[in-house]
Ligand binder design. Structure first.
Ligand code: SF4
Ligand code: SF4
Length: 424
């Protein structure tokens, strides 16, 4: 990695602690990623991004700030990035995916909080992540209880705006979310000093839609009988999409997809053709959480789709680009975002419909439905998921895990037993 110490020091980061993280990550990445065979050439870009993870993109964000722009840190796929970009700002995902940050989060949060929240709070308080130091404003949401209360702690560190996400999907809830987007527009306009127009919002709707379309294209390639990309690599692309520049993200994902389509035409896969095809559904896997994919793919199966926020929930459904006025554009945004099916909604049967549809589209042999430890929402919903899958005779394994390595072997044993059962 190039030398970014001065930049990190200017961000008031804890350089000593951060050095530890910088030492561990390349080792883990080498073991999980670089050990894979037949990787597409297009993954070189993503490998480079990881090798410079706390350097290149943070430096770009700082440049943006130097020219008067604002950076907004977000934590959920219900936050409409389009609004931020329409005001000349940059939105960047901030969810923490490493055990490295959990201990710092536990200093202020109850231990029985999900690791994603603990790591996100810890990354800020521990001063070991440049993204958390750079963001001028954090944008939280009222999805789960743990997050809601975590925002109150983070608000003492950084200006915080919380978007009220409805808990149901009735017509009045979509209307409420539409009003919430209008309020968010006001907050972003005041913070950036830029007025959002129908033109600028129209442009940013296209920008984010293009990113979604590129990721859709990439996932489409994973439906092939000879899977042209590993689940681990596809997961990495989605994880990086959360904080990369959206137009570069679309360009690189399209370039990679082109290579995958060529592989498909040659029937060239990364796994033998009779490899078991697995869907992983459930809670998101923020970078660098690759644990479950790594276990599955080193146990002789392929992950072909993720029904999660670091998967299909991130890019399915486009925003209508034809809305002619700001009012109609905001309505289109509300309608698109409210199609996303997170377990924070009740009822959430549309998520089960999604899982069943994806199982068919990606021709999966089995599903691993997983939730991060202490995520009461997804853990409770797993009961109905199991029931619906049983009715369709789709085998499912439910797993709960965290960011630590402690349960690694135990998970491996359970995954291998599940795969054995699928092979019988
Ligand atoms: S799982 Fe729910 S709360 Fe978490 S990022 Fe996804 S939509 Fe947001
Ligand atoms: S995984 Fe569950 S508990 Fe954790 S942030 Fe997401 S919804 Fe909340």
């Amino acid at each position: 990695m190039a030398d970014y110490r001065e930049m990190w020091s200017n961000l008031d980061m804890d350089l000593e602690k951060h050095d530890v993280l910088c030492q561990v990550l390349p080792e883990v990445f080498g073991e999980v990623y670089l050990s894979q065979q037949k990787r597409p050439r297009g993954m070189d870009f993503y490998d480079f991004v990881v090798s410079e993870i706390h350097g290149v993109r943070p430096a770009e964000l700082i440049e943006h700030q130097k020219s008067g722009g604002k950076v907004f840190g977000t934590f959920c796929v219900y936050v409409p990035d389009e609004i931020v970009f329409a005001a000349g700002g940059i939105a960047t995902g901030l969810c923490g995916g490493s055990q490295f940050w959990v201990a710092a989060g536990e200093k202020v949060l109850p231990p029985n909080t999900c690791p994603l929240i603990k790591a996100s709070v810890g990354a800020r308080l521990d001063k070991t992540c440049p993204f958390f130091r750079i963001a001028d404003m954090f944008v939280g949401e009222t999805t789960c209880d743990g997050k809601k209360k975590a925002w109150e702690i983070l608000a003492s560190e950084v200006p915080m705006h919380v978007i009220d996400i409805p808990q149901m999907k009735r017509a009045q809830d979509v209307n409420a979310f539409e009003r919430e987007i209008h309020s968010f527009i006001k907050v972003v306009e005041d913070f950036t000093g830029s007025k959002i127009s129908a033109d600028s919002l129209g442009e940013s709707i296209k920008l984010i839609n293009n990113k979604r379309k590129a990721l859709q294209r990439l996932y489409e390639a994973r439906k092939a009988a000879a899977v042209p990309i590993s689940g681990k690599d596809a997961l990495l692309v989605t994880q990086i999409a959360f904080y990369d520049d959206p137009s570069r993200c679309a360009q690189m994902a399209n370039q990679l997809s082109e290579e995958l389509e060529e592989r498909i035409s040659r029937k060239e896969g990364v796994f033998p053709e009779d490899t078991l095809r697995i869907m992983i559904s459930g809670t998101p896997m923020a970078i660098p959480n690759w644990k479950l994919h790594h276990i599955v793919e080193t146990s002789g199966a392929a992950v072909v789709v993720e029904e999660s926020c670091t998967g299909t929930r991130y890019f399915e459904n486009l925003v209508d680009e034809t809305a002619p006025t700001l009012e109609r554009q905001v309505r289109a945004l509300a309608e698109r975002y409210m199609k996303t099916n997170c377990a924070c909604f009740t009822p959430n049967s549309a998520r089960i419909d999604d899982i069943l549809r994806l199982a068919e589209e990606y021709k999966v042999d089995g599903i691993i439905d997983t939730n991060l430890q202490f995520c009461n929402l997804y853990s409770t919903e797993s009961h109905l998921v199991k029931q619906a899958l049983a009715e369709k005779n789709i085998p499912v394994l439910h797993l709960e895990t965290d960011y630590s390595e402690q349960d690694f072997e135990q998970l491996r044993t359970r995954v291998q037993a599940f795969l054995e059962m699928l092979r019988e």
